[in-house]
Design a protein around this ligand. Structure first.
Ligand SMILES: [Zn+2]
Length: 170
């Protein structure tokens, strides 16, 4: 038992041979008497690079909308592991395919804002990683992923000249 002094303290405090024997049997595989919250891992968001890699310019559902920027980008997010997008209350309209993808750029914008840990107004600086970008001009809205390290974008278009350029990272 000398190998596990922490556990031994716990065993003594609870004062039971049953716990002691259980502890020996499990050889420290469980922590007795610790609060359950300590056992939970923080939920990790897939990196945006993973979303970029998952971008296929299509939807798993196989159909097209009249405008596919949010449709195909949300498909990449969901393929990359963001299942939360399938149930997010920010999403008011979903794709005709039945695959649950987002079809409105402003719905994705609200979700970007919720996820955001860093915001940049305007085109984000070179070599600052991958950003989720919302672009807007009167009557038009667009979303994409922009990789400032490579200059590549992942989306149906990159509307660099539109007056609104909002970038988010998390
Ligand atoms: Zn779809």
């Amino acid at each position: 038992m000398n190998k596990n002094p922490v556990w031994r303290r716990e065993g003594r405090r609870t004062g039971g041979y049953v716990l002691l024997l259980l502890g020996i049997a499990l050889q420290g595989c469980v922590s007795l008497g610790r609060p359950a919250v300590a056992l939970q891992r923080p939920q990790m968001d897939p990196p945006l690079a993973q979303v970029a890699a998952a971008f296929t310019r299509s939807c798993e559902g196989g159909k097209r909308e009249s405008n596919n920027c949010a449709h195909f980008l949300s498909d990449a997010f969901i393929r990359a592991g963001y299942a939360e997008l399938l149930t997010s209350t920010h999403i008011e309209q979903r794709c005709v395919c039945g695959a649950g993808r987002v079809v409105r750029a402003q719905d994705l914008l609200r979700w970007f804002q919720e996820k955001s840990k860093r915001f940049h107004a305007g085109t984000p600086p070179k070599s600052s990683g991958i950003w989720a970008v919302y672009q807007e001009k009167p009557g038009r809205r667009h979303v994409l992923l922009l990789d400032t390290d490579t200059g590549k974008y992942y989306g149906t278009d990159n509307c660099v000249n539109w007056p609104v350029q909002w970038a988010y990272q998390w």
